[in-house]
Design a protein around this ligand. Structure first.
Ligand code: ADP
Ligand code: MG
Length: 695
């Protein structure tokens, strides 16, 4: 076979023209291979003819009999009612849409076999729009020997049609021996997997004996086989990209200790055991001349920023620049302030660059970055832009990676090639704990460290769920708390994605609160304010000059004001669980007991209720993330569209979670033992486009 199956268009099959091809395209079926991997949703058992006397209301059945009468009824809706008799009873077939030819076919005396779901109708048992065919009365009763597959389909494409296409595709590959096995025998044996051909054949045309094992919730070994192969292909694709990067080579940046030590002694706290452990891992990676590709996960408030700062210093100790990129302006500004404070005493200048840095300031920042005068660079995704040229970028840090896409994280990495002659080390930080399942699929190209401990002295956040009919009471509590010296956030949410509307809502709320609570000093921050204005408000809040900060969800990521201990979130039902967890993580950063009020708008749907209860009952980011995954599915949680992460054709992360460890083992084996096969597998499942490696 010179051509791979995924390159052979469906139009190769008999009777598939443009019209049909475009219907298939709606199902993402373009090639013969797509047809083979277009698996049935369920199966029907048509292997037994049921005597009419035994009919029950229990799903689809095959019936065979002679047409006794056939007439067009003119009731409320015109219909064709055709009665058939099999010697044990009579059943009516009713058609609301029918052709003249159909009427003729179903003329009295004809023997037909039909398939449909019996219901109690006007004339006794009736089958509405059954599938049927006319057969010879003396023909042997040959029923299908296999279960009949029911496929996902689309408008204008009947089950019969798509069934026959899948059958043709199966025939075609069988005749041409076109479905190649890329998993070596030792892997098949080790993981007890059937061969690919067996699996595909079985899932499209399962023998009747499998009726119960395929209908249940259990995963059949054939399904397991396909899911395994698909997950394996994705994993291999990540590994391949990882290898490509590592082959470019990086810089060896061993710690000399001077700067890092100086920062350590300057900090008002000592690092936690978890922070130190992760720092060791980073330090080892940076020392190696292969580029670091490391993901640091740590729950909200676990202290990732200072870890990033230490890593940056290790690059700086070697005379290389470091850059940290944050997803929002507010967070980038906060990082700029923190890094400047920390690094000032070390004599290191920090440059700041965001989309809103304009004119002379921008020019200056660009020059400092290019000359290397700015050793530490903090910014937003403006750092990706083409005119940003580093002198010698040794380390690129991406904070709150879940807010960026896969594409963006690769873009910053490429910056290093400008001046360095190698790949910079890459450190990716995320506070959204990534469920293990996702970590092993979407982030399989990265090594992973976890900060699994919060700094000591934190008190847990008390979360309450409360209706907005008690707004008055909430404001009362808020006033008292603030007058006792506590600081609070009031977060406004909106369904609309429009930032303008969000900001407007926050402005209105701020005005209302100012009027209702004149004894409090209240600030407002949202995404449409000028950077300087925002910075001013944030500083005032941080320094304790404001009791209350009214904000949009711009404060979701990273904002750190330890004295704030009360948060009110309006309409929390509009946000995802992980987002709520992020928001709530803005409080509970100090030693005072913190409270979070989730103020919903009634009535709440059952799922919304469930989600808010998850928030009330758990403060563990991992638990919440798993729950989020369960409730919203991986696409939503990962932001499939932005990340360019492919949807799986066959695998289902929830169902197939248990395969991931074996998949990883198999991937390692294949890369070493059969690199060609690994290439073919990637090709088969991800296509030549290869979503990941292509970016
Ligand atoms: P996140 O992991 O959410 O980014 P931050 O880096 O913003 O967390 O840290 C949260 C707060 O904890 C900050 O005020 C930071 O100064 C403080 N912090 C970090 N590490 C420690 C530590 N080891 N002991 C005490 N406080 C710490
Ligand atoms: Mg952070």
């Amino acid at each position: 076979m010179s051509q791979s199956l995924h390159e052979i268009p469906v139009t190769t099959l008999k009777g598939v023209g443009d019209a049909l091809a475009s219907k298939l395209a709606k199902l993402n079926i373009f090639s013969l291979q797509d047809l083979l991997f277009h698996l049935p949703l369920r199966y029907q058992d048509r292997t037994r003819v049921t005597p009419i006397r035994e009919l029950q209301l229990e799903g689809e059945t095959v019936i065979q009999g002679t047409v006794a009468s056939s007439e067009i009824l003119m009731g409320k809706r015109r219909s064709l009612l055709c009665k058939i008799n099999d010697g044990t009873g009579t059943v009516g077939l009713r058609f609301y849409h029918f052709s003249g030819a159909q009427k003729n076919n179903l003329s009295p005396g004809a023997t037909i076999r039909c398939f449909g779901e019996p219901r109690r109708g006007a004339s006794g048992w009736e089958l509405y729009h059954p599938e049927y065919r006319v057969i010879q009365p003396d023909a042997p009763v040959e029923t299908e020997e296999n279960l009949t597959p029911v496929y996902p389909t689309t408008d204008g494409l009947t089950q019969q049609r798509i069934r026959s296409l899948c059958e043709q595709a199966l025939d075609w590959v069988t005749r041409n021996e076109a479905l190649q096995e890329w998993l070596p025998d030792n892997l098949l044996n080790r993981f007890r997997l059937p061969s690919l051909t067996e699996a595909v054949q079985l899932l499209h045309q399962p023998p009747t004996s499998l009726a119960s094992s395929l209908q249940g919730n259990e995963r059949h070994p054939a399904q397991r086989r396909l899911a395994f192969e698909e997950l394996l292909a994705h994993n291999l694709s990540f590994q391949k990209r990882r290898l490509q990067i590592r082959n470019v080579g990086g810089f060896s940046l061993p710690p000399t200790g001077q700067l890092i030590q100086a920062l350590k002694t300057q900090l008002p706290f000592t690092l936690t055991r978890a922070q130190n452990k992760v720092l060791d891992e980073i330090s080892t990676d940076m020392t190696s001349s292969a580029p670091m590709l490391r993901l640091v996960q740590g729950d909200v408030g676990s202290g990732k920023t200072v870890v990033a700062a230490m890593a940056a210093l290790q690059a700086l100790e070697n005379g290389y620049q470091a850059a940290i990129m944050a997803p929002t302006e507010i967070l980038a500004e906060q990082h700029a302030r923190n890094f400047s404070d920390w690094f000032k005493a070390l004599g290191i200048s920090v440059a700041y660059l965001s989309g809103k840095t304009k004119g002379k300031k921008r020019q200056e920042a660009l020059e400092h970055i290019a000359s290397g005068e700015a050793m530490m660079v903090v910014g937003t995704h403006a750092l990706f832009q083409a005119d940003v040229v580093f002198k010698k970028l040794g380390l690129a840090i991406i904070d709150e990676q879940h807010r960026f896409g896969v594409h963006q994280r690769l873009a910053l990495r490429q910056k290093g090639e400008n001046g360095g002659g190698g790949q910079p080390d890459q450190l990716i930080m995320t506070a959204t704990p990534i469920p293990r399942t996702l970590a092993m699929t979407a982030y399989a190209d990265l090594d992973c460290s976890i900060i699994d401990e919060l700094p000591p002295g934190r008190t847990p956040i008390n979360t309450a769920v409360i209706g907005d009919d008690r707004r008055q009471l909430v404001m009362e509590r808020l006033r008292n708390a603030c007058l006792e010296g506590r600081q609070a956030y009031w977060v406004c949410t909106l369904i609309e994605e429009s930032e303008a509307l969000q900001c407007q809502a926050a402005e209105v709320t701020a005005d209302q609160l100012k009027e209702a609570l004149p004894e409090l000093s209240i600030g407002l921050v949202h995404g449409r304010m000028k950077p300087a204005e925002k910075a001013e408000v944030m500083t005032a809040f941080k320094e304790g000059h404001l009791h209350l900060l009214v904000a949009t969800t711009v404060i979701e990521v990273g904002v750190d004001v330890p004295n704030a201990s009360l948060m009110i979130i309006e309409n929390p039902e509009r946000l995802g669980l992980s987002q709520l967890h992020q928001l709530r993580g803005r409080v509970g950063r100090g030693s005072i007991a913190s409270h979070c009020l989730l103020m919903y708008h009634a009535p709440l749907s059952q799922p919304s209720k469930e989600r808010l209860l998850v928030m009330r009952n758990s403060s563990d980011g991992f638990v919440i993330a798993e729950k989020d995954l369960e409730l919203r599915g991986p696409g939503e949680v990962l932001g499939t569209r932005q990340t360019g992460l492919a949807q799986f054709k066959v695998a289902d992360l929830e169902r197939d979670n248990d395969l991931l460890d074996d998949v990883r083992t198999a991937a390692e084996h294949l890369i070493n033992e059969a690199p060609d096969h690994s290439k073919s597998l990637i090709n088969r499942w991800l296509g030549a486009g290869e979503q990941y490696a292509g970016v």
